[in-house]
Design a protein around this ligand. Structure first.
Ligand code: UDP
Ligand code: MG
Length: 331
């Protein structure tokens, strides 16, 4: 699904043998974290002692993330890079990483060291026991703002109510996926990729391990409230059509109420004669239902917009350059 606009700058072929472990690291303006991340990963991975590759995905960084990762790649060819042509968002950066990773197990991890790499050893242990997905679940959200926490809680509760897939609270993108799961995810063509929902949707044998979120090592968060809102809407519209259908019931309720109210008026007029008050209630009712109609149109718009973007069948992302990886999204 990717378009490659440029020949790989580093011609040497990827390592001949398939690594046991692929790490997928999405990066968007993470220049401040690159050196620290690779230093920490090198230590942890040496202790674990499996063959590995680190597939970084540059999501259109405007700082020198790419140059820094390439520098590391030249020193250690197990550090590889998919450079996207612009910022496509974390979900698509992860998708690009999964499509370029070749390991028998793949772990997705943030570049800012909020996900402690030490947890990878425990994940691999569970994987060897036969689990196909090992989800790292954060113990608490203490180092997040109250508004973010409240928003997350509201989202998870709503998602739980309206969709069929279950999202364990506290489970994010930090998880291990077996090759089988990665192949299934790679075969999914959809554009609106709400990864947390897709992981849950695919099934397989899953288990969890707990971890403590660390504060961001350097740089700043890339998710402001507006992006989180978009992510939440993407998630809900991708996994349920309840918001589309609920209007039928609201419409029926309102119509039934209007009918009863009308009957009441007829009876009242027959008994008490004509009386004219009710002007404010008229305005209020008109404005209220105009609002309700606009909301329902907006909901339809959200879905229609997504259908529109799916039917255009554009590639999910565009690759500008590959370092230590072969052409083509699947290997
Ligand atoms: N990220 C990305 N593309 C984006 C936004 C974020 O690849 O458009 C990456 C970012 O570089 C980091 C990870 O996704 O490695 C998580 O982002 P961040 O730490 O900003 O999110 P938070 O931890 O604050 O939720
Ligand atoms: Mg972070």
């Amino acid at each position: 699904m990717s378009i490659i606009t440029q020949e790989p700058q580093v011609p040497e072929a990827a390592a001949a043998t398939t690594p046991v472990l692929s790490l997928v690291v999405p990066m968007f303006n993470e220049s401040a974290n690159v050196d620290g991340l690779f230093a920490r990963l090198a230590g942890v991975l040496a202790d674990i002692g499996v063959t590995y590759e680190i597939v970084c995905v540059d999501d259109g960084s405007r700082d020198d993330t790419v140059a820094r990762v390439v520098e590391h790649h030249r020193r250690d060819p197990r550090i590889r890079l998919v450079e996207l042509s612009r910022n496509f968002g974390k979900e698509l950066a992860l998708t690009a990483g999964l499509q370029h990773a070749s390991g028998r197990a793949v772990v997705m991890i943030d570049a800012d060291l909020q996900h402690p790499p030490e947890a990878i050893a425990a994940m691999l242990e569970k994987w060897r026991e036969g689990f196909e997905m090992v989800i790292a679940v954060r113990r608490d959200r203490e180092n997040e703002s109250a508004l973010k926490r409240a928003g997350a809680r509201a989202f998870y509760r709503l998602f739980e109510e309206v969709s069929d897939v279950r999202l364990p609270p506290g489970a994010g993108d930090f998880r291990l996926l077996d090759r089988k799961v990665v192949d299934v995810l790679n075969a999914m063509p959809e554009h609106t990729r709400f990864m947390k929902g897709l992981y849950a949707w695919v099934g397989f044998r899953q288990t969890t391990i707990p971890y403590d979120v660390a504060p961001r090592a350097g740089g700043v968060t890339k998710f402001n409230y507006f992006r989180l809102y978009r992510l939440a809407i993407d998630g809900i519209t991708a996994f349920t059509d309840v918001p589309l259908k609920v209007w039928t019931f609201i419409g029926m309720l309102v119509a039934a109420f209007a009918l009863l109210y009308g009957l009441l008026f007829i009876v009242k007029t027959l008994i008490l004669g004509i009386d004219v008050p009710g002007y404010p209630s008229l305005i209020v009712a008109t404005m209220f239902f105009a609002g309700v109609q606009l909301i329902s149109l907006g909901v339809i718009g959200e879905y229609l917009g997504r259908v529109f973007s799916e039917v255009k069948r554009r590639p999910l992302y565009v690759v500008r350059g590959l370092y230590g990886l072969e052409r083509g999204e699947k290997r």
